[in-house]
Design a protein around this ligand. Structure first.
Ligand code: NAD
Length: 475
């Protein structure tokens, strides 16, 4: 089939490359000419494992091309995927649909044959219906175009495999013809047994925002439990493990820590709140406000705990930050919790060095102030505290003994509960994490930790108890 993919960012570039890889002729379209030049040369404009290989393979084979011309797209494709951004509006919680509308306004008057426009961007429920009216008003006489919605569930870092082997395909259509066309697009996946849910557009739109809302709620639920653990001396990791054994609950998305960020979850739950209010059912999803608040509290709690580890102030102290991206295996720093924490610590006067395996360029563009380091040891040199903010595999493989040799004070805040605290403690580190009991170091001269300890982080900190270095249990 001859497909276009309009908007070639994290979603669209991967979708275009994967559609070519399963045998379609694909034209990717974007207004960002630098992105188009990179993609056309077979270069991925962002970090995504596996993308460079399929980009190169399919651009070289001639099945995948890129352009910034909507005229070329209209001439080329029978089916047009819309993958442009739907960010939060600057003045409200709602989604900003201006890019989606710009595609429709630009493309539809250029169509000279019947076409299917398939939205993949995440949009508020009711968007397909509104866009259908917009399309109808812009079509040339004698030309027909239908709008369908086919939400995308890919995870950055696994985007290629999620696109080629999705858990499910969801399509929202208003005619058997649209359904047949989409079945033909995904034929190889359907033959491989991928679940295919064909429904009305409103349900399809809602599947995506409901899925993201559920995932966000699960994360904020365990982070709320972490706060209770901090106040009561319980351990949120053991709690999550025990909860996760219940098959009705499951362990995934139940890791307490710094919370969620990125270009999707935060803005999607806010857009859902805004749309629900427009539909007069705001009360039904008002819990999402709490989900958002709990999520943001983790950033403040992380800053507070880091400050506390430094004895009450950041000014003049050296802080090493491990991780800048919103999640591992991506270079995406949009609404990154790690960068939000870093920005706050910089604002409070710390001398901050940031390491990230892939996100340094984006982080540098988003936040000035810290020193950005390509080497972990360099980032940690002379640090008064090390903050683990994004759970890259590389950080789990660090040797805490070697790292202890370059820092000024071996203090670690594992804000992702992803490092092995026992191994770090054995190597001499004072380790703290959100929702886990404090390990208290032996008191020493000038150890400010003993003086200013907020109650929220455990009364045991104020009266240091000798502990077993392996288990952290009182001796
Ligand atoms: P992005 O910002 O990386 O990409 C959007 C692209 O659209 C950019 O390259 C931009 O230049 C382009 N664009 C904007 N206006 C355009 C226009 N008029 N014509 C052509 N191109 C235009 O965003 P993204 O992360 O790829 O997200 C896109 C959509 O997909 C959003 O609705 C998002 O919620 C959804 N989504 C994203 C992911 C993800 O993991 N990133 C997963 C599922 C769904």
């Amino acid at each position: 089939m001859r497909l276009t993919v309009i908007g070639t960012g994290y979603l669209g570039a991967v979708h275009a490359a994967c559609m070519a890889d399963i045998g379609h002729d694909v034209l990717g379209v974007d207004t960002d000419t630098r992105k188009i030049e990179a993609l056309a040369a077979g270069r991925a404009p962002f970090f995504e494992p596996g993308l460079p290989e399929i980009l190169t393979r399919n651009t070289e084979d001639g099945r995948l091309r890129f352009t910034s011309s909507l005229q070329e797209a209209a001439d080329f494709g029978d089916l047009h995927f819309v993958c442009v951004g739907t960010p939060q509006r600057p003045d409200s919680l709602a989604a900003d649909l201006r890019h989606v509308e710009a595609v429709v306004d630009g493309l539809v008057p250029l169509l000279t044959r019947d076409s299917l426009i398939v939205g993949k961007s995440t949009v508020p429920v009711g968007t397909t219906r509104a866009l259908s009216r917009r399309v109808a008003a812009r079509l040339r006489p004698g030309v027909d175009a239908e709008v369908a919605w086919n939400p995308e569930f890919l995870r950055e870092g696994y985007a290629v495999q999620d696109t080629l082997r999705p858990d499910r395909l969801v399509v929202g259509v208003t005619s058997p013809r649209a359904d047949q066309l989409l079945r033909a697009v995904y034929d190889s996946m359907l033959r491989a047994g991928v679940a295919y849910v064909s429904t009305d557009p409103a349900t399809a739109e809602l599947v995506k925002v409901a899925a993201n809302s559920f995932l966000a709620t699960k994360i904020s639920f365990i982070n709320a439990m972490a706060e209770v653990c901090d106040a009561s001396g319980a351990d949120v990791v053991t709690l999550a493990d025990a909860l996760g054994h219940d098959v009705r609950i499951g362990r995934r998305f139940l890791s307490a820590g710094l919370g969620f960020g990125g270009g999707c979850l935060p803005k999607d739950i806010r857009a859902f709140l805004a749309r629900a209010e427009e539909l007069q059912v705001g009360e039904a999803v008002s819990f999402l406000r709490q989900v958002d608040r709990i999520n943001h509290r983790q950033r403040r709690r992380t800053v507070d705990l880091a400050r506390h580890l430094l004895g009450g102030a950041f000014a003049g102290r050296r802080v090493a930050v491990l991780g800048a991206t919103f999640k591992p295996d991506s270079d995406d720093v949009r609404d990154s919790p790690a960068l939000a924490v870093t920005a706050e610590i910089v604002a409070e006067g710390a001398d901050v060095s940031v390491h990230d395996p892939e996100g340094l360029d984006n982080a540098r563009a988003a936040l000035s102030g810290p020193t950005y380091c390509t080497d972990v040891m360099e980032a940690c040199r002379d640090a008064d505290v090390v903050l683990h903010l994004t759970e890259w595999r590389r950080y789990r493989e660090l040797d805490p003994v070697k790292l202890a040799e370059v820092v000024r004070a071996p203090r670690l805040l594992d804000a992702r509960n992803a490092l092995d605290p026992a191994a770090w403690r054995v190597a001499g580190w004072h380790v703290r994490a959100l929702g886990r009991p404090a390990h208290v170091p032996q008191p020493g001269p000038g150890d400010a930790l003993r003086v200013t300890i907020p109650q929220a982080f455990g009364p045991d900190c104020t009266a240091p108890t000798p502990r077993d270095p392996l288990s952290g249990a009182p001796k």
